[in-house]
Design a protein around this ligand. Structure first.
Ligand SMILES: C[S@@+](CC[C@H](N)C(=O)[O-])C[C@H]1O[C@@H](n2cnc3c(N)ncnc32)[C@H](O)[C@@H]1O
Length: 210
């Protein structure tokens, strides 16, 4: 089920910010491989969010080959740092090469292991925790993220509308059920205030309350 009308989508994408050749190459690579990146509409949201809270420390769970991280970095000052996580060595190598070409190599750390295990070793505080791992893992991200975000920091999660399946009561596959549990957790959590943006596949933005 389309989240937004395709004509409206086209309008939104037509107004995504200009980006340089490396970004366009990453988008082309994702297109040819069918690799699920956030794309420029959600990417520009990440940049705007980073700029709005003066983010300097971002932790990504599920980074692929670095496209979403590149958007966070666009919104951060020169001393801003993103930790990326991915299980796939090809994604890590490709991501490091792209981020190097973007001039961001010194601003990133790539961790090649299960994102949640790596994240649990961190003490924070982070300005942003971004979640885009396998959907079954989403519910387990909430409490570790709340514990590691500074007050006013953001937990940002992609695909929370999952092609509309979350709103279809007959859809009971593990990914859909896990996303529903995630949304329930972040919309009722006493230390979070959450909004769901119907942008692309749905983005949940939660601010950590003091
Ligand atoms: C949707 S893609 C990420 C796309 C990326 N955020 C972007 O927009 O550029 C999800 C990635 O998370 C990785 N992944 C999934 N579950 C993971 C886990 N538990 N730990 C680490 N990486 C994981 C996959 O290898 C895949 O590359």
């Amino acid at each position: 089920m389309p989240i937004t009308d395709p004509t409206v989508d086209a309008y939104v994408y037509a107004h995504a910010p200009a980006r340089d050749a490396v970004f366009l190459e990453m988008e082309a690579y994702a297109r040819t491989r069918g690799f699920p990146i956030v794309g420029p509409a959600v990417g520009s949201l990440l940049e705007v969010l980073a700029r709005s809270i003066g983010a300097r420390r971002v932790y990504e769970l599920g980074s692929g080959f670095g496209y979403s991280a590149a958007w966070w970095l666009r919104g951060m000052p020169a001393d801003g740092q993103v930790t990326l996580t991915d299980l796939d060595p090809d994604n890590v190598a490709r991501g490091l090469a792209y981020l190097d070409r973007l001039g961001d190599r010194d601003r990133v750390r790539y961790v090649r292991e299960d994102a949640l295990s790596a994240f649990r070793r961190e003490t924070g505080p982070f300005d942003v925790v971004y979640c885009d791992i396998d959907k079954e893992g989403y519910p387990d991200v909430v409490e570790p993220a709340v514990a590691r975000l500074r007050p006013g920091g953001l937990l940002v999660t992609d695909n929370v509308l999952w092609d509309g399946a979350v709103a279809d009561r007959t859809a009971q596959d593990p990914a859909t059920v896990a996303i529903r549990r995630y949304v329930e957790a972040v919309t009722t959590h006493p230390r979070l205030r959450t909004t769901i943006l119907p942008l692309r596949d749905g983005v949940a933005v939660s601010v950590r309350l003091p």
